[in-house]
Design a protein. Sequence first.
Length: 382
Amino acid sequence: MGRPRHGGNRAWGAAIAGCSPEEILDFSASLNPLGPPASVLQALAQALSAAEPVVISRYPDPDYRDLRICLANHWAVEPEWIFVGNGAAELLTWAARDAQGREVWLPQPAFGEYARALAAAGVTVKPLPFFPAQGSPDFGLLQEPLPAAGKSSRVLWLNNPHNPTGRLLLQQEILPLLPQFERVVVDEAFMDFLPGDAPQELPPLDAGSELGELPRSQTLIPHLAAHPNTIVIRSLTKFFTLPGLRIGFAVGHPDHWRRWRQWRDPWSVNGLAAVAVAAALADENFRRRTLAWLPTAREHLLSGLQALPGWDPWPGQANFVLVRCPGSATQIQEKLLRQHRILVRDCLSFPELGERYLRIGLRTLPEQEQLLSACREILENS
């Protein structure tokens, strides 16, 4: 079994640890440990126990009108501004195809699916270094305005908060960049974990939205009307712990979707996923509970990793922590698996980082104590 490119591969970890996948404590996937919400499980059970379980006995509406209305109401946009897909990965595939014939400017290190999608579409990538020395205040993308002459050949892809550093780009950093590119794609897969990302806390989608209106979240959704060249991609996977249902959506001007609809397969989102979306978005208690858990868990893991000799964690705004290890991260990963049945993610899929970094997802405080104790034991015996 080859080394995985993504987190969450318990089968791979179990093969090394010599146990069943269920016995693996997984810190490699950046999923909310409080989910899936009970409301979602109840909604799915009810849909499947109906006299006629139409969510699986009928084809989904190929236009996904009800699902788009649900998402649109949640984010205060028109349904025509929503495009749904089989997880964010499918949407990245269409965004890459949309960039054919142009050069994609991509901050690196970057999520591996970007390179996969862009390579499959035959798109040229212009890397933007996005990994300064630890503690450096200079974390900007572009220091000088770009010449207007080359705009038609330029596309910008961003990830905010950034994976794998967890760094949050502020709106005032991003908005001046948007007019300098023909198209901009912003992956906000981890934005749900920021306070202020609830729809009732967002200003309406109009061209007059001002900087600073969002308390903590820096989503670009309220600014899309003023920047119709920009697409925001979101997912319900991370926050609601629903990776198996594969549901993502993009927000942007309807002109984008006229092209994308010609490329995608019919029925790319299944009926159960649509049921889960409605239940998840309505569960305000789950959202509040998650946002109350997150800062404590992140500070607990950060301080615990900082206390390990030679370990250098990066503070961020996502539900994971990037940490530089004093030695080989893959050797630490293997020891955690063989000795403690704990799976953490190496960063070999981020070539710019090398093999001394781990990305560790947040979990409950007892589970994080178990991880930290295992790391201390490994250090003491090395």
